[in-house]
Design a protein around this ligand. Structure first.
Ligand SMILES: Cc1cc2nc3c(=O)[nH]c(=O)nc-3n(C[C@H](O)[C@H](O)[C@H](O)COP(=O)(O)OP(=O)(O)OC[C@H]3O[C@@H](n4cnc5c(N)ncnc54)[C@H](O)[C@@H]3O)c2cc1C
Length: 471
């Protein structure tokens, strides 16, 4: 039978099984799927057999029962802001989109918990809880599009990990549908629950390979009433490390962000967004964004001013800019959040998201950037969540030369593996980094991951081939 005939037969089989269950907008044949179902932020694309859009967690479970009976492979999609191609449909896969699971189910304003369905966008959560004096601490640049389910599946980090941890730390409970349609539901709102294995952690960060997150219980924190932002321009990495120690000691729990931009990133990012130059000194090697969050506007500002005043004594060339208003703070953050624009300015590019001990960072960055430039790639951009030991490196434009991009990626990942670091601090493995998982995880660890996958999804239907292949 031809490929096209097989395609038609599979689609007809799917329609016959699911039409009684889903409404008219719930099943879209693949050839009518909008581009947003075909491509994530990695730039890779594919065409699904069909797009399924269930309306409730119960419908997700029912759909999976049918797909399991048909042995139909599925790719789960949230807001499609992922950076490692995990959500991109592969030939023969159906998309299971969570975009209609948008209900905010319960807000406990006494204890600060929010029960939501998986398709609620992050920004909607922020706005909803802020109005009542609470904050959901996870915050990332894709907040307008990414969904709670996607954040959980990727265990996203972001700008405030230093203080509040990764997404994992803000999830009290969740509900997941397994590949056979069975439902694992533990929406507990208590911080403490040691009754056996804490199963939610299997789904957090598993990139949709073990189950479909349908609902979550989010842990909120009281909304900080003061927020201060500063940029410190420094000359050496030793000064950056000294500033981190000073901020940790002096600002304590108020320190919420410590983001570092190397000169190569800062120059391109300020150009890319045409940032207002008077806010910044250009004569530095490193720019550090420091943010505090607290509860006393005047006292918190005094503390930050007092802390940063000590830095000015280190070196004549050190400079400090303290935001005087919300608009100032947004302009300072705009440079750090211009990563997407700066990367696109050097297309075709490759991006890395690595973690390692802070002390190893300057030596690693210098050596790998020299190596990459020697391979004919002219530009690098180095920046990241330094307080968390997590760095981003973007390189480009990569000359159109057979195998060059793969070799650049291999060398960067190998250099991180050699330091005992991780090839993914935040974004996950997906398809983009799968070939190099062994540089950062032992054979025993990967074997255990496969054992878990086999136990939860024996037919290998959910997000097949992401992170690792099954034998
Ligand atoms: C501008 C920008 C800035 C970013 N900044 C950061 C950052 O600072 N820190 C960081 O960690 N990441 C960052 N990211 C990447 C980050 O992974 C995503 O933005 C976000 O976590 C993915 O959510 P999503 O809903 O878009 O998921 P998608 O892209 O749709 O999916 C991502 C993965 O999760 C799976 N998935 C989605 N929903 C579910 C579900 N309900 N159940 C099970 N599996 C599911 C998908 O199958 C896929 O494997 C950024 C991305 C962009 C574009």
């Amino acid at each position: 039978m031809s490929t096209q005939a097989t395609h038609h037969r599979s689609l007809a089989r799917l329609q016959a099984a699911l039409s009684p269950l889903l409404d008219a907008a719930g099943l879209i044949p693949g050839d009518q799927a909008e581009p947003r179902y075909c491509q994530d932020w990695s730039g890779q694309r594919g065409e699904p057999l069909a797009v399924l859009r269930p309306r409730t967690p119960h419908e997700v479970a029912q759909v999976m029962k049918h797909l399991h009976a048909l042995a139909q492979p599925v790719v789960i999609q949230g807001g499609m802001t992922g950076l490692v191609a995990s959500g991109v449909p592969q030939p023969g896969e159906v998309v299971l989109s969570m975009e209609r699971l948008k209900t905010i189910e319960h807000f406990d304003t006494q204890q600060g918990t929010l029960a939501v369905q998986a398709g609620v966008p992050l920004e909607t959560v922020h706005q909803h809880v802020q109005a009542q004096g609470w904050m959901f601490p996870v915050d990332i640049g894709s907040r307008g599009s990414c969904q709670i389910g996607g954040l959980i599946a990727t265990n996203a980090g972001g700008n405030r990990v230093l203080r509040y941890g990764m997404t994992r730390q803000s999830i009290l409970g969740l509900e997941a549908v397994l590949a056979d349609g069975s439902v694992i539901s533990r929406m507990g709102a208590a911080l403490k629950d040691n009754a056996g294995y804490d199963l939610k952690h299997h789904f957090i960060g598993s990139e949709g390979t073990l189950g479909i997150v349908t609902r979550a219980q989010l842990a909120l924190v009281p909304l900080p009433t003061s927020r201060h932002t500063a940029v410190v321009a420094l000359q050496t990495f030793a000064q950056v490390q000294a500033l981190l120690s000073l901020c940790r000691q002096s600002l304590g729990a108020q320190l919420s962000s410590f983001e570092v931009m190397w000169r190569d990133y800062f120059t391109l990012a300020t150009q890319a967004i045409q940032a207002d130059p008077p806010l910044f000194t250009q004569a530095a090697e490193f720019w550090v964004l420091v943010e505090t969050m607290g509860t006393n506007l005047a006292q918190d500002r005094d503390l930050l001013e007092h802390t940063l005043a000590q830095v000015l004594a280190w070196d004549d060339a050190v400079d400090v800019v303290l935001a005087q208003s919300l608009a100032d703070a947004q302009r300072l953050w705009a440079v750090r959040e211009a990563a997407g624009e700066a990367a696109r300015a050097v297309a075709p590019w490759a991006g890395f998201d690595v973690s390692m001990p802070v002390a190893d960072m300057p030596g690693w960055a210098d050596a790998i950037r020299r190596e990459i430039k020697a391979m004919g790639v002219p530009q690098t951009q180095t920046y990241g969540h330094l307080g968390d030991g997590n760095l981003h490196l973007v390189v480009g434009p990569i000359p159109a030369q057979a195998g060059l991009k793969d070799e650049v990626v291999r060398r960067v990942h190998a250099s991180v593996g050699a330091l005992g670091g991780s090839i993914s601090g935040e974004h996950g493995i997906g398809f983009s980094k799968k070939a190099h998982l062994g540089m950062t995880r032992s054979a025993e660890e990967i074997a255990l991951m496969r054992t878990l996958k086999q136990a939860l999804d024996p037919l290998n239907l959910l997000n097949r081939g992401r992170i690792f292949d099954m034998p």
